[in-house]
Design a binder for this molecule. Structure first.
Ligand code: UD1
Length: 382
């Protein structure tokens, strides 16, 4: 039987929960054959393999094993290795997700080989070009053929950039497909997570009470790469932890910088900040679901908290996901305002908001249906 070969690209942690529902929806498809390519941008057990295992993603067909390096070197390595894969597999389409280096690098390779490309999470714009992700979004969308979007603002951005509306498909949010599916599984488990200092075990009901702790994640270069900014954050986290315990799974970039700037021991000295290694997906969504609030600079967490109606304080001047501000539970704030905003939440005045259109757990099915239409109408089967 003839088939359409579809390469799906995943590279870094936030890609995995977007790829999982797609791989699931394409399993046993009668004529679309997915090829999963992992670029190896993230490679630690806790940043990659654990997510494949917990999200039930099949082993990648190919791992490019590029690892960490400067942006230029990492992007170039992905391109060099991905080109060989494309020449070998001869896909009918390459699909990328999100806004990481792997997203832009693989789109560039496919476009130059005249392979149709689709971008899931197209059209998001922070309008802050100092963010590497914004450059990746702009590059990817400038040369993609099909655009799958998560929200109406993304559609508008693409139309304003001259993309024909016939190529834009608002499908909702794949990350929320993963969230709804896995929250049930996570809730049925008894989670015990060890802190980094190996002395304490975190358990809901023992260490923390429901809605009586905050969860934090920080990894953006703008927050963690400068010693002054990171020192200011450490001090603020310490102050908040006097009022409510904080759970802090630390990203490898942040750990490295805390150590480099001599701030790690100060952070570890705060009794009620619980530092852990990066958590698995199931542990993380469980602890976010039961938290009083999230304090973050992540993109995906803005969306997950909006869906769970948990107040989210995002320490960034801009967001590429403004729907989480208009409709959801998200608020953009400065470091100086963290304490005030946390007080607000503790007084029960936190934002809860509404769930955006199509963030309903059904996005992967919508995408597969559109892919079938694209393959059947515009491409000839071999
Ligand atoms: C990348 C993405 C960012 C995404 C984030 C999620 C880009 C430009 N950035 O940022 O959009 O929000 O992933 O995590 O694509 N490291 C490890 N183990 C790993 C991976 C990284 O120790 O498995 C360390 C390396 O020292 C590396 C540093 O963390 O230098 C940063 O990793 P990198 O992939 O360059 O960027 P992230 O900050 O993770």
């Amino acid at each position: 039987m003839t088939e359409y070969r579809l390469i799906l690209v995943a590279g870094a942690r936030p890609n995995f929960m977007k790829i999982a529902p797609l791989m699931d929806a394409l399993a046993d498809h009668p004529y679309i054959r997915p090829y999963l390519v992992h670029t190896g941008q993230h490679y630690d057990e806790k940043m990659s393999a654990l997510f494949f295992q917990q999200l039930n993603i099949p082993q990648p067909d190919i791992n490019l094993e590029v690892g960490s390096s400067s942006h230029a070197v990492q992007t170039a390595l992905i391109m060099e290795r991905f080109e060989k894969v494309c020449l070998n597999v001869k896909p009918h389409m390459v699909m990328v997700v999100g806004d990481v280096n792997s997203t832009a690098a693989c789109t560039l390779v496919a476009a130059k080989l005249h392979i149709p490309t689709a971008h899931y999470e197209a059209g998001l714009r922070s309008r802050d070009r100092s963010m590497p992700e914004e450059i990746n979004r702009l590059v990817t969308d400038a040369i993609s053929d099909y655009f799958f979007t998560t929200s109406v603002d993304a559609d508008e951005n693409l139309i304003n950039e001259g993309i024909s509306h016939q190529r834009i498909f608002m499908v909702g949010n794949l990350m929320i497909d993963s969230l709804y599916k896995h929250l049930k599984i996570a809730e049925a488990m008894d989670h015990r997570v060890e802190t980094l200092d190996r002395k304490r075990i975190i358990h809901l009901g023992e260490t923390f009470q429901d809605k009586k702790y905050g969860i934090m994640t920080f990894h953006r270069p703008s927050n963690v790469d400068q010693p002054e900014t990171l020192a200011k954050l450490v001090k603020t986290w310490g102050a908040i932890s006097q009022e409510i315990p904080l759970l802090f799974p630390i990203h490898p970039r942040t750990v490295k910088n805390l150590i480099k700037f001599g701030l790690f021991d100060i952070l570890a000295s705060y009794e009620t900040i619980y530092l852990t290694e990066p958590m698995g997906y199931l542990e993380f969504i469980y602890f976010i679901y039961h938290a009083a609030f999230a304090l973050t600079d992540s993109g995906g967490i803005q969306e997950e908290t909006t869906t769970l109606k948990i107040p989210c304080l995002t320490i960034r001047p801009t967001t590429e996901r403004p729907i989480t501000l208009w409709e959801g539970s998200n608020k953009l704030i400065r470091v100086e305002d963290i304490e005030k905003e946390v007080h607000f939440i503790l007084q029960g005045k936190g934002k809860t908001g509404n769930i955006p259109k199509y963030w309903d757990g059904q996005s992967a099915g919508r995408i597969v249906k559109i892919l079938e239409d694209i393959f059947n109408s515009s491409m000839k089967r071999e």
